[in-house]
Design a protein around this ligand. Structure first.
Ligand code: UD1
Length: 342
């Protein structure tokens, strides 16, 4: 889909959504945001406009499960495509609250498909996750490797992929791309946009940033007895701006194939927790206290993408290295110690 288009971005105020909105605006696309602010805030939308130098066309505070509100959004605009981020994403919480996760993530996706179908919008980029691979003991992972989700969050993403693929199969004209991201981290280089976790962060990068800032006393490294070179967990961290670019490029390739296609978004490089700590220490110029504790239940030793397919299809490749990820995350933390102003 070359040229400029009007794109509905669900969850556009969230971490990956907000960076993607900037990327779309920077490339001449018009953006409409729907977000219920359950894990984000209007402050992020103000920052999107500030960074991009122009505002989204419209912003709706609405839940996807509110069908009437969603129908009104589609009635107000003529969308060329939808990028669907809005979802709950905390793995541990999903184990405690499976019904909420299926309701929001799967129900939100079917509600969105309903609205798209009713309004003749047939192009979708879906936010999926490497967590669909589950406890894969293979490195790196290709899209053809079997899915084996091990928690309700991951299962919800897998179910959504199946539903979207089936809709695309049965309704000619529907096309979708599902992007399985590995571990998005970092922030916009301006220091104005970044990740704003609610409460104590679950994920390692925002946790590290808060340790460096003195808000948390030390990082707990979950196990040094994994089958990895230094014993700590290995992940494929990729810069959130590379993820954002991946979505913009996906949008431009939505018409390449019929049906739904799945792509990994990752760098293809694995980084251990201790390597990440070292990179962050260099970025912030401060010591990072840490202690080795037991493994976190459910963690796998190593998860690394094979991004060959997406590179071959679109010439997309992650270009920002670990230093940029750590420096940008730290800049955002330093400039916004309490997140976005409300
Ligand atoms: C999880 C989800 C992934 C999601 C990502 C970001 C799974 C399997 N993974 O990734 O889908 O995209 O969150 O929301 O469902 N670690 C520590 N100390 C900490 C926190 C983490 O040592 O305080 C370690 C972990 O053991 C792991 C690595 O850091 O080895 C990364 O953990 P984390 O940032 O939580 O991401 P994932 O669990 O890989």
């Amino acid at each position: 889909m070359p040229g400029s288009s009007t794109v509905l971005v669900t969850g556009g105020a969230g971490f990956i959504g907000s960076h993607t909105c900037v990327e779309l605006l920077d490339h001449g696309h018009d953006v409409v945001i729907v977000d219920n602010y359950s894990n984000s805030s209007p402050g992020a939308v103000e920052r999107i406009a500030k960074v991009a130098g122009r505002a989204p066309v419209a912003v709706y505070e609405a839940d996807l499960l509110d069908r009437r509100a969603l129908a009104a959004v589609f009635a107000d605009h003529s969308f060329d495509a939808v990028i669907h981020f809005a979802a709950r994403k905390a793995v541990g919480e999903s184990v405690e609250q499976p019904v909420e996760y299926y309701d929001t993530n799967v129900g939100g996706t079917t509600a969105l498909l309903r609205a798209m179908h009713d309004h003749g919008v047939h192009r979708l980029v879906f936010s999926s996750s490497c967590s669909v691979y589950g406890n894969a003991d293979k490195v790196p992972l290709t899209e053809g490797d079997p899915a084996d989700p091990t928690n309700p969050y991951a299962t919800s993403k897998w179910l959504c992929e199946q539903i979207v693929a089936d809709v695309c199969r049965r309704l000619p004209g529907f096309s979708a791309l599902a992007l399985r991201y590995f571990n998005p981290v970092g922030a916009h280089p301006s220091g104005l946009l970044g990740e704003v976790p609610r409460g104590v962060p679950n994920n390692v990068m925002p946790y590290l940033a808060q340790v460096a800032a003195g808000r948390l006393d030390r990082l707990r490294v979950f196990g040094d007895d994994h089958a990895t070179p230094d014993g700590t967990g290995v992940r494929d961290y990729l810069h959130v701006m590379d993820v954002a670019e991946g979505h913009r490029v996906a949008l431009e390739h939505l018409d390449d194939t019929r049906g739904m296609t799945v792509f990994n978004l990752g760098t293809g490089r694995g980084t251990s927790v201790l390597e990440l700590v070292a990179a962050f220490r260099r970025a912030c110029g401060k010591p990072i206290p840490y202690e080795i504790t037991g493994r976190r239940p459910g963690d796998v030793a190593a998860l690394v993408a094979d991004p060959t397919a997406v590179t071959r299809a679109w010439n997309w490749t992650a270009t920002r290295d670990l230093t940029a990820m750590a420096e940008d995350a730290w800049r955002f933390q330093e400039l916004n110690p309490s997140g976005y102003p409300d």
